[in-house]
Design a protein around this ligand. Structure first.
Ligand SMILES: Cc1cc2nc3c(=O)[nH]c(=O)nc-3n(C[C@H](O)[C@H](O)[C@H](O)COP(=O)(O)OP(=O)(O)OC[C@H]3O[C@@H](n4cnc5c(N)ncnc54)[C@H](O)[C@@H]3O)c2cc1C
Length: 476
């Protein structure tokens, strides 16, 4: 059966008998909600306010058995199924319109084994949960830069942040996972237990099952690290970004310096006169000792004439929340993203020209510096194929008034198109929007065909398709 024919089989949930609902409700320990229930509207909300979908049922799963029951119910009744981890994905795939949403927000348990440097993390945990629990032992694993993001979605798509250049992607530190596959079976995966499926999980998004727990390798980090921001006026963007790009080429793996062009937020260390003016922000973190970090990061304040240098020792878990105020849920968001193996002057000029046309005060263009340990992993070692992405650019279109919808989307698409000739052609599935399904195959590159075969084996009916979908290989 192809995924296309399966799509046409989705049953209108209203066709189900009341007894089916009741039986199902009794199987889920956290209960099953529908539109009439208290808390339903809160439970269906995701980070991107543009997404406003109404599932027929929300299964509040608390155990592996709950997830099994929900997967079997959706498969048996041909109901459109979605899985909500942290609800952060820009495309809103966590929520199935008219279908069944598995809500994992009740599965956040974290266990730290400090002696073995391992973390066991529930499938609904947020970054803040892991960062804080590990930080208490002076340990951390590479995750993202916004603490309210879900560990599950971030990890399943690859997962990069401040520690990636030193310790790799989140998936490079994933040692095992427990997953409920489309047949409703609970499987323990690792490099030696069902290695094909474990390979696919590491980058393949939510395509292969519902992960109920992850096991990560931890590294000594901090507890204090050298981190912060250097802020330059936008008028110096050209020389500052060229100096930043050149500096990145030889920077130590322990140091990550990103760049952001946006209007200056009202940060306490910025003069009031600067608030709202265009700036180039270089946020950075050094994951080794504070003294080494101070030395390694010093040149970043010499790329021009900075407005502010706010660098110093800071608790690692604290810095992991530093950007939360700029990334709060509830705004409308539309992103476009490109991967780059290098940044020539012409590419930088595209970003600078686009930033000069920023369509709103919450919009920004950010470029993450990658490479280092992430780039040293073989492209076929995990499903994540963009190992050559030394920089990932993300055009953050963000707005509050629905009337700005078209203007921001058009601007974001234009930046993407203009930057594309300088980019690698692959994408990062965690940043792709709902209208970018055609970029999935290129994003998986040499790994796409193997992913399709594994999908065919474990999810031939494409039950898990509310994601950047890898379709099962259609047999001739
Ligand atoms: C503000 C913000 C900052 C971000 N920063 C970073 C960053 O620094 N680095 C980075 O790499 N990415 C970053 N991202 C992107 C992020 O990795 C993706 O949005 C990711 O999908 C979020 O995971 P989630 O669990 O919160 O999302 P959800 O929307 O809940 O899920 C995303 C996808 O994963 C599936 N899924 C979720 N949980 C499970 C599970 N347990 N089992 C199986 N499938 C599941 C869902 O069905 C969906 O298809 C950021 C996103 C936002 C909004």
């Amino acid at each position: 059966m192809t995924s296309l024919s399966y799509l046409t089989l989705d049953k209108d949930v209203r066709q189900l008998r009341a007894t089916d609902f009741d039986d199902f409700g009794r199987q889920i320990s956290g209960g099953v909600q529908s539109a009439a229930d208290k808390g339903y509207d809160e439970a269906r909300k995701v980070w991107n306010a543009t997404v406003d979908r109404r599932p027929a049922m929300i299964a509040r799963c608390l155990t592996d058995a709950d997830v099994q029951a929900a997967v079997r119910f959706a498969a048996a009744h041909h109901i459109l199924l979605s899985v909500r981890g942290g609800g952060h994905h820009i495309a809103g795939n966590a929520v199935a319109e008219g279908g069944l949403m598995i809500d994992l927000s009740g599965m956040k348990a974290i266990t730290i084994d400090a002696a073995r440097r391992r973390a066991r993390v529930g499938g609904g945990a947020l970054l803040v949960d892991v960062d804080r629990a590990a930080h208490a032992h002076g340990l951390a694993t590479p995750l993202g830069i916004n603490s309210t993001t879900g560990v599950a979605g971030l990890t399943l798509g690859g997962g990069f942040g401040w520690l990636t250049r030193q310790h790799g992607l989140a998936i490079d530190n994933l040692l095992g996972a427990t997953v409920v596959t489309a047949d409703g079976v609970v499987r323990s995966l690792s490099a030696t237990s069902q290695p094909d499926l474990f390979w696919a999980l590491r980058g393949g998004g939510g395509n292969f099952g519902v992960v109920t727990s992850f096991e990560f390798r931890l590294h000594p980090v901090g507890p204090e690290v050298y981190a912060g921001l250097v802020v330059y006026p936008f008028a110096q963007a050209r020389s500052v970004l060229r100096a930043w790009r050149d500096f990145c080429a030889t920077a130590s793996d322990a140091l990550s310096v990103w760049s952001v062009m946006r209007q200056a937020p009202p940060l306490p260390f910025l003069p009031e006169a600067v608030h709202g003016s265009m700036v180039v922000i270089l946020p950075l973190l050094y994951s080794g000792s504070v003294a080494d970090g101070e030395r390694a990061a010093a040149p970043v304040a010499t790329f021009g004439d900075p407005i502010a240098v706010a660098l110093g020792p800071t608790p690692y878990a604290g810095f992991q929340t530093a950007f939360d105020p700029l990334l709060t849920p509830g705004a409308h968001n539309y992103w476009k993203s490109n991967n780059f193996s290098s940044l020539g002057d012409a590419a930088l000029d595209v970003f600078i020209d686009a930033a000069a046309r920023l369509p709103g005060p919450q919009c920004e263009i950010f470029i993450a510096q990658l490479g280092g340990a992430m780039a040293r992993v073989d492209v076929q070692a995990t499903a994540f194929a963009a190992r050559d992405a030394r920089f990932i650019m993300n055009v953050h279109g963000r707005w509050s008034d629905a009337r700005d919808d078209d203007g921001v989307r058009t601007w974001a698409r234009q930046v993407f198109e203009q930057a594309a000739p300088h980019a690698t052609g692959s994408g990062y599935v965690n940043f792709l929007t709902e209208d970018e399904a055609e970029r999935v195959a290129a994003s998986y590159g040499v790994n796409h065909a193997r992913l399709q075969s594994i999908k065919q084996r474990f999810d031939p009916a494409n039950l898990f398709r509310m994601n950047l979908n890898i379709e099962p290989r259609v047999r001739p």
